[in-house]
Design a protein around this ligand. Structure first.
Ligand code: ZN
Length: 187
């Protein structure tokens, strides 16, 4: 998707919402692909007085250190090059392809955060080797992972099965709560 198309798509998404409404998970994920960061939430807020239809948004985004403040989605879309966008999409589908296995692992664990002991929002966290490290060695040993767009299924990964197997053979997990996992940063 070119910058212009991403910009148009972002507008289209925002126009689904009235003031005060929070984005659905699906739209949140699209915005993550456009901007290259993770959001806890995004919601539409009123424009400033005398402002053209700017489609003003607030978000919570740990990477930008914004906790419920405004951000410029136009800038976020603009800043990202075509290559970075493709990379984001590829990262996203690579992570998504693991979700089933992570849920399965989590279902067999005691759901207590290894860092703070919280039992809220438990997640499977990459413990000894990070996602990015596994992704890097996969790229070196198997080849560049590549996403393609399927009209029915959305973004999918070529070599999905070999990626899943490669990852799952190496990975070790620990249980972390969402907050501790987020403050570890992108890995
Ligand atoms: Zn925790």
């Amino acid at each position: 998707m070119k910058k212009k198309e991403r910009h148009a798509r972002a507008q289209e998404i925002i126009d689904n919402y009235s003031i005060g409404e929070e984005f659905t998970q699906k739209h949140l994920e699209e915005f993550e692909q456009f901007s290259g960061v993770s959001f806890d939430w995004i919601k539409r807020v009123p424009n400033k007085p005398n402002q053209a239809p700017a489609r003003h948004l607030h978000c919570s985004c740990p990477e930008w250190k914004i906790r419920g403040g405004s951000f410029s989605w136009q800038k976020a879309v603009q800043r990202l090059t075509e290559n970075q966008y493709r990379k984001n999409v590829t990262n996203k589908v690579m992570r998504e392809s693991l979700q089933f296995y992570q849920k399965d692992w989590l279902s067999r664990q005691e759901k207590v955060c290894s860092f703070c002991g919280s039992t809220e929002h438990p997640q499977a966290d990459h413990k000894d080797i990070s996602f990015l490290e596994i992704q890097k060695s996969f790229t070196e040993q198997v080849g560049e992972p590549e996403a393609y767009y399927d009209e029915e299924l959305g973004w999918k990964l070529k070599n999905e099965q070999s990626w899943i197997k490669y990852h799952n053979d190496i990975v070790t997990y620990q249980v972390l709560c969402r907050s501790c996992n987020a403050s570890k940063g992108a890995r």
